[in-house]
Design a protein around this ligand. Sequence first.
Ligand code: HEC
Length: 144
Amino acid sequence: MKKALILSVMVIFSLVAVSSTFAAAKCPQPRKTKAAPGAIGKKDMTAKADAANGKKIYLKKAKPMACSMCHGKKGDGGGKLGKALKPTPRNFTCAATMAKVSAGQMFHIIKNGSKGTGMVAHKKTLKDKEIWDVVKYIRSTFVK
Ligand code: HEC
């Protein structure tokens, strides 16, 4: 009897562990990233940006690695590499957190990185136009 109880407790624990490994990041999600300085946070050049090109960058082309490796293919912060990071990558599907994150803020952080987090700068690998493309893809696909 006791054995069966211990066994079922163990099964429950391992199920919880497995499901949390594959779960999306929290929502609302705490943000370590600081606000972009000056007026850049108010800038928005996504109107003429190309979301289809942004998708390619997000899922595959970005260097040193695809955004999806950390932020997840579904944009929920559940990418393979992202799970090991502290803080965890932004969950773009979390409306409560994304309400504070403007297009210009995203542009600035993608370009310059976010100090003290795993978010690297892309100013040497992506042109400004490409950054706006990826901002448009993320905002039109994942942000609700
Ligand atoms: C190595 C993992 C990793 C990769 C690759 C990565 N990110 Fe991030 N990203 C993070 C982490 C970690 C944060 C910081 C989360 C926080 O502020 O708490 C972050 C933050 C951000 C933010 C900041 C949002 C805010 O709260 O202001 C944006 C936008 C973003 N990433 C977009 C991208 C895009 C686009 C790419 C690909 C070009 C990318 N990231 C690649 C891990 C990554």
